[in-house]
Design a protein around this ligand. Structure first.
Ligand code: CP
Ligand code: NVA
Length: 298
């Protein structure tokens, strides 16, 4: 059966741990002749902007001997209403894997259901699983196994937050979530995580004694018209130096990027000593190559 990664919980805990261990090994490997993807092609469909996701998949495929095809959805026939199921049938006869970034988890599921090759969610309105593979790799590298630790999500209960919730289950840590009213994480995703997730009121309650502090933009792609309202609604949710002081002294700070200094995070924190954002961004490459090895059986 073809495996896909449409959300992090498509993996078992053992598989997720195996992919992270492999990502760390690939990063440390000095063998430049390693070419597991020779002759293989990854099609990347983007309906939204990207820097990290596009470059990490494309550079990773090249590094490991393969090829990545950038397909802006608007300039493919998807932009002229060709059904995504037909697109899946055609692409999967030509390429070895498909990555898609759009704002419809349902369309991604349709794509996967009609594809002979693995489909990877490169971000949807509901999930961002590749980001979490990189984040977990980064947490392991900086502080060891996250099992039993506490992460604090402060800000919007969005796609990245949902994947963090699923990571809490797979990697057995506690995720405390503080969001303003009206920006809560999806109730079904929270419920499925059981005791791994704790919803708290106010950023300081989430940050108290935490091992990891995470946030994301207050205005995700596609929500630009709400920017002004969101800036007002998220007042009190900025991750600043005072909030970081609530966490453990050796706590680290993560952000999937792109970031908005002075909004969801102060410059002092994101550019400060506890921030691991550049490793986190780099790890997109290693974690995704480990994922592709896993999905393609390389
Ligand atoms: N974090 C992330 O997915 O970045 P891009 O939007 O640049 O791909
Ligand atoms: N929540 C953000 C993540 C960007 C990588 C968005 O959806 O725009």
């Amino acid at each position: 059966m073809t495996r896909h990664l449409l959300k992090l919980s498509d993996l078992s805990a053992a598989e997720a741990q195996q992919i992270i261990a492999r990502a760390i090994a690939l990063k440390n490997m000095r063998d430049t002749s390693y070419r597991p993807f020779t002759g293989k092609t990854l099609a990347m469909i983007f309906a939204k902007n990207s820097t990290r996701t596009r470059v990490s998949f494309e550079a990773g495929m090249a590094k490991f001997g393969g090829h990545a095809l950038f397909l802006h959805s608007g300039t493919t026939q998807l932009g002229r209403d060709e059904p995504i199921s037909d697109t899946a049938k055609v692409l999967s006869r030509m390429v070895d894997a498909i990555m898609i970034r759009n704002d419809s988890q349902a369309d991604q599921e349709d794509l996967a259901a009609n594809s002979r090759v693995p489909v990877i969610n490169g971000l949807s309105e509901l999930h961002h699983p590749c980001q979490l593979l990189a984040d977990m790799q980064t947490w392991f590298e900086h502080r060891g196994n996250p099992k039993g630790k506490v992460a604090a999500w402060i800000g919007d209960g969005n796609n990245v937050c949902h994947s963090f919730i699923e990571a809490a289950v797979l990697f057995d840590f506690k995720l405390r979530i503080a969001t303003p009213k009206g920006y809560e994480a999806d109730a079904k995703i929270v419920k499925a995580a059981g005791a791994h997730v704790e919803i708290v009121h106010g950023a300081t309650f989430a940050a108290n004694g935490a091992d990891l502090i995470i946030t994301d933009t207050w205005t995700s792609m596609g929500q630009e018209a709400e920017t002004k309202k969101r800036l007002a609604d998220f007042a009190g949710y900025q991750v600043d130096a005072d909030l970081m002081k609530r966490a453990k002294p050796d706590a680290i700070f993560m952000h999937c990027l792109p970031a908005h200094r002075g909004e969801e995070v102060s410059a002092e924190v994101i550019d400060g000593e506890q921030s691991v954002i550049w490793d986190e961004a780099e790890n997109r490459l290693w974690a995704q190559m480990a994922l592709l090895e896993f999905l393609l059986g390389a």
